[in-house]
Design a binder for this molecule. Structure first.
Ligand SMILES: [Zn+2]
Length: 324
């Protein structure tokens, strides 16, 4: 089954870069898979609007097709009942992907937030875990640089398939935080060549790790998750969204530390309900609103409130960084 679904492999015999293979797959799948062609065409009709939140701004995207993801039921019972849409055997007949290092299949996302939106799915049905998969995550960021960033949504932080390990990728700079980082980053400490920063006046709890050694990046990241487990008194993976990139010979992980999956307004009834279900892209400043009413009405106070509600406190973030 996997061989039927493999468009090409990386590394392969062709010597082409992973970026070139991504573009080839994207073009080929648009020709042969009408659902993807429809999703890409629908991107021409999405509307955007920028909200000034004082010390930062948020870009809203009205994208009706994303209702499937934003409205997804991700509780254990609903997940168990449905057929996993990332398992190789359940992919649509037309869908193919790039087999990455024999472990992941790079697939085109048929309900994209931006052009060239990919889902990078593990070939096995294993649960979402960034701690187990941090090394392939860093490898992908390097192999896709400088063209794409890779991101991860925790099982309770926006992943619509929490039971099936996957990353996503976006063209570099598409997620606003990547461009805004410089103006907000404050270095907190250096640890074995890894710089640890937080973002000031950004309305969210964010830790940024940067460094040239892959091994030290891995160790520092795992130290962070271990401190978070202890601080939050949980055995589960700490709630987070992570965006990885590789620039100037250094890795960079932008980590949104979360206290909650969905904001209170998500669960309100009728007109009061606001269908915003933040994952990496939304925490990074591009907020998807599948409902037109929400796109028109969301304002700066509400966005500030949502970010605050989903983040941990500044005190807690500082304590965590101190303990790394
Ligand atoms: Zn699966």
């Amino acid at each position: 089954m996997l061989s039927q679904k493999t468009f090409t492999q990386f590394p392969g015999t062709s010597q082409r870069s992973l970026h070139e293979l991504f573009l080839q797959l994207y073009a080929d799948q648009q020709l042969h898979w009408p659902m993807l062609a429809g999703g890409v065409a629908a991107l021409h009709n999405v509307q955007t609007r920028t909200i000034d939140c004082g010390t930062f701004s948020v870009r809203l995207q009205y994208n009706p097709k994303r209702i499937v993801s934003s409205g997804a039921k991700v509780d254990a019972a609903s997940i168990q009942e449905r057929k996993c849409f990332l398992c190789v055997g359940n992919l649509p007949p037309e869908q193919q992907g790039i087999l990455y290092k024999e472990k992941f299949l790079v697939l085109c996302n048929p309900m994209p937030i931006f052009r060239e939106h990919f889902t990078i799915s593990h070939i096995d049905h294993i649960p979402q875990s960034i701690e187990e998969q941090i090394l392939p995550f860093l490898s992908l960021a390097k192999d896709l640089s400088p063209h794409y960033s890779v991101f991860y949504n925790g099982p309770k932080c926006g992943a619509s398939a929490p039971d099936h390990m996957h990353f996503q990728s976006a063209p570099s700079g598409m997620i606003p935080v990547e461009m805004e980082l410089l103006g907000h980053a404050r270095i907190k400490k250096n640890l074995n060549g890894i710089t640890i920063s937080s973002l000031d006046r950004y309305g969210r709890s964010v830790v940024v790790l940067e460094g040239k050694s892959k091994q030290e990046m891995e160790l520092t990241f795992l130290r962070l998750t271990s401190v978070l487990r202890k601080t939050m008194k949980t055995n589960d993976e700490p709630m987070m969204n992570v965006i990885a990139s590789f620039l100037n010979e250094s890795w960079r992980l932008i980590i949104f530390i979360r206290s909650k999956h969905r904001p209170a307004v998500y669960f309100k009834e009728g007109e009061e309900r606001v269908l915003i279900s933040p994952a990496s892209v939304d925490m990074g400043g591009l907020v998807v609103t599948p409902i037109e009413k929400d796109f028109r009405s969301v304002d700066a106070p509400l966005m500030n409130e949502i970010y605050k509600e989903l983040s941990v406190s500044e005190d807690m973030l500082n304590t965590v960084i101190e303990k790394i």
